[in-house]
Ligand binder design. Sequence first.
Ligand code: SF4
Length: 275
Amino acid sequence: MTRGSGTTETKSGREAGAEGGKKADAKAAKAVGVKRGRKADAKAVRETGAKGGREADAKAVKEAVKKPGANIHELISRLSEHYPDARTALDFTNPLEILVATILSAQCTDERVNIVTAKLFKKYRKAEDYYAVPQEELENDIRSTGFYRNKAKNIRGATRMIVERYKNSFPNMMETLLELPGVARKTANCVLSNAFGIAAGVVVDTHVLRLSARLGLTHEEDAEKVERDLMAQVPKEHWIHFSHWLINHGRAICKARKPMCRECFLNDICPSAEL
Ligand code: SF4
């Protein structure tokens, strides 16, 4: 099961599913509000297995050694060689779809999101379609992704703003995207990089957070601070690919609970390698 890249947003109050340990969980749960909704959300999260992974991620970040980081150029060279076709695992065909898919991916697996969006994107083709239906109808259509009440609210708010404020011209700047309900830096970076090829920052999801710590590229735990550290070290032309590489590596080898250091092609330059 692949955990979604929709995690580690620092604007967790606005974006259900920020992945920052118990504190973010509590905030997100609070945002969802209604007790019944919380119960259903908890069930959905249990089903995706996201919570256990989140805890393992937080533990991995805390345990990561604080030594000088891996040589960034060597790291980029090896990662690009091993993951030449790395891209987002979320299915989409336009900016609106990647925005919706990224919002849904918070605390959910990309596989689950793709199952849901396969139907969703046939039903909701334009931004206005998302708020033309009652909130409950959209909630039902996205229910299995968890935190569906808050996600539906954010999707409806964001799509309404795209239509009413931006006259259906999809925003392609970080500052503008951050104005949309439920959108913080990770989601904005996802949209900009995947839909427009714009490198405004580095997507920091749960895998990027964990691997950045293990590789000694940051000593921070907050996603925005980690992103700043990465932007300072990774040449800008690699910002987009860098997060895809780390996400691929996190899923394949440097797993949250049990990193496979012996098989890892980075084990001679990684300060956290356990051999
Ligand atoms: S050696 Fe590889 S698997 Fe082990 S912690 Fe480092 S990057 Fe992760």
